[in-house]
Design a protein around this ligand. Structure first.
Ligand code: IDP
Ligand code: MG
Length: 139
């Protein structure tokens, strides 16, 4: 089974609530290998570019304002089937529907301020990793 890479973000709500360590602890417990990390404060335009697939949806304006509201920790994780396994560890988008023990069940405030991002496919992961780590030779 080939190694995959995925892009994850500890979103501004979880950074502000001091859950960076808690969330990385879950990544480590799942044996996701950290291969790159950056603490960023997105501009509104950068948040809009990252979430371009959601442009036109009712939550787009609020989401991109939230994502540019404070520091966020962007990371690349590597592992076998890491894209799907990260999504599993994250839990459902809406924390009310997230399974017990998932990051969003534990730390999300609501469907928008939901603590963490994870790429949803190999194609999305390639776009999202390139968005934050352009041309960088990852470890
Ligand atoms: P995902 O993060 O679980 O992949 P997406 O549907 O890709 O969920 O949505 C991207 C982000 O947009 C979510 O993580 C959440 O922050 C926000 N979002 C999604 N749906 C809603 C909604 O119905 N209301 C408010 N915010 C939403
Ligand atoms: Mg998504």
């Amino acid at each position: 089974m080939a190694l995959e890479r995925t892009l994850t973000i500890v979103k501004p709500d979880a950074v502000a609530a001091c859950h960076i360590g808690d969330i990385i602890k879950i990544f480590e417990a799942n044996h996701f290998t950290l291969v790159a990390a950056r603490l960023v404060r997105l501009t509104k335009k950068e948040a809009e570019g990252f979430y371009a697939v959601h442009r036109g949806k009712g939550f787009f304006e609020s989401l991109t304002t939230f994502m540019s509201s404070g520091p966020a920790l962007v990371m690349v994780l590597e592992g076998e089937r890491v894209i799907a396994r990260l999504r599993q560890a994250m839990g459902a988008t809406n924390p009310d529907q997230a399974d017990p023990g998932t990051i969003r069940k534990l730390y999300a405030q609501n469907i928008e301020r939901n603590a963490v991002h994870g790429s949803d496919s190999p194609e999305t992961a390639a776009f999202e990793i390139g968005y934050f780590f352009p041309g960088v030779e990852l470890i």
